[in-house]
Design a protein around this ligand. Structure first.
Ligand SMILES: [Zn+2]
Length: 75
């Protein structure tokens, strides 16, 4: 069974995933941080994950300058 991560929308394995419903600890942290920021109005900089923050905005608003960040598999 796969679920889509509420943070980054990536399909992620549900079974055996300690971070579910998130895909990773990172997304779980981001979700908690977004809560905190809603409550305390603090920037998410403390995460040091500007890239992900940007991605979140891109999903709800419009793509930044990356045409498609998904499907790519460059390592
Ligand atoms: Zn995720």
């Amino acid at each position: 069974m796969k679920v889509s991560c509420p943070v980054c929308r990536k399909m992620t394995q549900w079974k055996g995933n300690p971070w579910r419903p998130f895909c990773s600890e990172r997304c779980k942290t981001i979700d908690l941080a977004s809560w905190a920021s809603e409550e305390y109005r603090i920037p998410a900089e403390r995460l040091g994950e500007e890239e992900l923050e940007e991605e979140r905005r891109g999903k709800t608003d419009e793509p930044a300058d990356v045409p498609s960040s998904e499907g790519g598999d460059a390592a």
